[in-house]
Design a protein around this ligand. Structure first.
Ligand code: NAD
Length: 368
């Protein structure tokens, strides 16, 4: 067999349901290797609580360097009650923060897609969400979560003051806006940029600089500016007006969670975090489901693997240049949902309940 596409993928299953859902991704990679003349070499390493139990730290240097050398990293989830009492700097979730920071993952991409088959899982009316397909692009390494000065300080009269600083520079804004415009070009060609330019100077700069970039480099992309609070409202009122939503770290955090919930279940939501291109033109990236380690169902073969499988599909599309295979995988997920197979989290009357393993197998059978 002519193996023309050799790609290195690092699998980090992590904790709770992480190993169960990543196992299904591994099966799909094996299928692609066997049936599509692709050559994924994948390794599996410990992260989070699983790493703490063996190595006493949430991520070892060895695993960290492997992540730097990989074409894509796919993570399950980190954390769980077993490690809840550790001090903040030693918790499993620190591994994730380290990866995001050191890989300089400044762009978080979260699609909010409402599968027509699951339209009843949303709390909104079917006609509002059916066919919904939004991409939220959130800036991930700047803004108020990282700005200095920050802290809690004593003030007069036994009072205290909490301080955080919201700041963005021109290049930070252009860098993330570029990701949004480039994505829009492959979709419906429309970006809605959100800020609070009515009350924040950093919001005024955000609005102006996004416009500057559009006028200079993306003349043919439709750009709308919207106040972030209005965007939150519009997401509930008429979400299908959006294609790509661009927002800073804080507003993006809120808007992406809100948009995610329009679609119904946590078990269906993938995400990608992308960094800058390195000197060889490779984009650093981390792909993971939006959900956590779900300790309540861990080890029971009940978890929905679709969010992690769709994270693999994003990796195929954005890091591995395999759009055709990504389309094929997305279509396989659709077909399985069409046939009425559901894991417990999305089960409804008249549908067939299946396990994590069954869901993975069914998706693979539709790839064939
Ligand atoms: P969670 O996402 O793990 O679970 C919330 C609820 O959704 C639970 O009832 C769970 O059973 C359900 N659920 C989640 N994913 C599912 C799936 N694939 N299939 C079916 N049901 C699913 O959030 P939580 O309970 O707040 O957090 C649990 C642990 O996960 C905590 O330790 C938290 O810190 C960690 N966490 C990790 C990440 C990450 O690794 N990126 C993200 C969020 C939370």
């Amino acid at each position: 067999m002519n193996k023309k596409n050799s790609r290195k993928i690092l699998l980090l299953p992590g904790d709770g349901i992480g190993p169960e859902v990543v196992r299904e991704v591994k099966k799909i990679l094996e299928w692609f290797n066997k049936n599509k003349s692709l050559d994924f070499s994948f390794e599996e390493e410990l992260i989070g609580g699983a790493s703490i139990d063996v190595n006493k730290i949430p991520i070892t240097d060895e695993v960290f360097y492997k992540s730097l050398e990989s074409d894509a990293v796919i993570l399950g989830a980190c954390g769980g009650p077993k490690w809840d009492n550790l001090e903040f700097s030693k918790k499993p979730e620190r591994a994730l923060l380290k990866l995001r920071k050191e890989l300089k993952l400044f762009a978080n991409l979260r699609p909010a897609i409402c599968f027509s088959q699951l339209v009843d899982s949303s709390t909104l009316k079917p006609e509002i969400v059916s066919g919904l397909d939004i991409m939220i692009v959130r800036e991930l390494t700047g803004g108020i979560y990282f700005g200095e000065p920050r802290g809690i300080e004593p003030i007069e009269n036994n009072q205290r003051r909490g301080i955080n600083t919201h700041s963005y520079t021109t290049s930070e804004i252009h860098r993330i806006a570029k990701v949004a415009f480039d994505l829009a070009k492959k979709r419906k060609n429309k970006v809605t940029s959100c800020e609070k330019s009515n009350v924040m100077e950093a919001g005024v700069l955000w609005r102006e600089e996004v416009q500057v970039l559009k006028d200079k480099e993306y003349k043919n992309v439709e750009l709308h500016h919207m106040l972030a609070d209005n965007c939150a409202m519009q997401l509930l009122r008429n979400p299908k007006q959006f294609d790509v939503i661009l927002a800073d770290n804080l507003f993006g955090d809120m808007l992406s969670d809100e948009a995610a919930m329009l679609t119904g279940s946590l078990g269906l939501l993938p995400s990608a975090s992308l960094g800058a291109k390195d000197k060889n033109g490779k984009i650093r990236s981390l792909y993971e489901p939006v959900h956590g380690s779900a300790p309540d169902i861990a080890g029971k073969n009940l978890a929905n693997p679709i969010a992690t499988i769709l994270s693999l599909s994003m990796a195929l599309r954005y890091s591995l240049n395999l759009d055709k295979e990504a389309d094929q995988l997305d279509a396989a997920v659709q077909k399985v949902l069409d046939e009425g197979l559901r894991t417990k989290d999305i089960i409804s009357k008249g549908k067939k309940e299946v396990t994590t393993t069954d869901m993975g197998d069914a998706i693979i059978s539709k790839l064939k």
